[in-house]
Design a binder for this molecule. Sequence first.
Ligand SMILES: [Zn+2]
Ligand SMILES: [Zn+2]
Length: 413
Amino acid sequence: MKRLLLIITTLALALFSVSAFAAGGVVKGPNEIAPDRYVYYPGTEVLDKDEVRVIACGTGMPDQRRGQASACFVFEFGNGEKMIFDIGSGSMRNINSLMIPAEYLTKVFISHLHTDHWADLNALWAGGWTAGRPVPLEVWGPSGQTPEMGTAYAIDGFMRAFNWDYQTRAFKITPGPGSITVHEFDYKAVNEIIYDKNGIVVRSIPAIHAGDGPVSFIIEYAGMKLVFGGDSSPNKWFVKHAKGANFVIHEAFATPEFFAKDYGMPPQLAWRACCEFHTSGPSFGKIMSEINPRHAVAYHTMEEAHQELLLRIRSTYDGPLSIAMDMMVWNITKDGVKERMAVSPDRASGVPGPTRQPPPEKGRPNPMSDFIKEGEWGPGFNAQNEMLDEHAEKYKLQEQDWRKAKPWYQPSK
Ligand SMILES: [Zn+2]
Ligand SMILES: [Zn+2]
């Protein structure tokens, strides 16, 4: 009986301490606001100076799904800085739902050049441009064994592939926001600083994944250490340099059986994919037990495999843990980590910030030939004159009336 009582007391205490940590307040009356207990509503919370908010904008596999994008984590710092760590396929839809003005989303850190870690750069680049970003993007990424395997080469190729997009938007909108500044750093750098500004330091360590080049990032801010691990199998650099960090994100793959059965992978590939060039649940747990972070985050697994993954991780690790889903949010301070889910609109477009894009560049050659221009059908254009006259009146645009140069223009009376 005594023993039973002890167990009950211990259980009650444990429950109490869990709920006390998760609570975040009570509803103070029948006509009062509920506390931010489970939910983060983007754009409604100002960070403390020494606080970091991390939002998982992609946690899945290369074959992105409607319900789960590929790797992407947005870091928001109490000093106002924002950084995107990986921007995998499909993740831009989640980033946009955070309603952060495009002018604040200019810094992208790429762990490696697999598409599930950087393919939505195109959506940030062109989408942010049309959503009013006034400045270029900046990309930090690793070198490779040869120049053709590095980030600078990839961005150069990106600009070539999207040249038509670039030239047409540069003429119609303004060219500045369409360029990308690349900061390529040595993938072999061990804990060397690749970014140091406004109290934020980012370091790089090598990762082991499919070929030379992949890295993981260590972020230092307000006396805290946060780690974003890109794809990697267990490696000595991570275990050494992520040690004791406040917040550690690392991949954790589903079991080989899951890949063979549910994913349709040939079994010979399934047990290499999870466990040779990626990190499995038991290996993830082993790493976390070794580095003992204040909070560990696993990602890069389909949600339907999470239950099994949790059991596998728990076979080697019993510390604080989240298995990340898209739109999971963590607020990190020296005192601890608070986990919530973001509740955000499906249809948010880029929210404007305070800075206006400059006007089109004077004297820039028009990428449209006379042959195409002469195909403009006047009656179709003139049909909208009343609407455009109202717009010109409202915004005082009479001086800039683009219709005056058109041979078909017939002003309405
Ligand atoms: Zn990869
Ligand atoms: Zn990946």
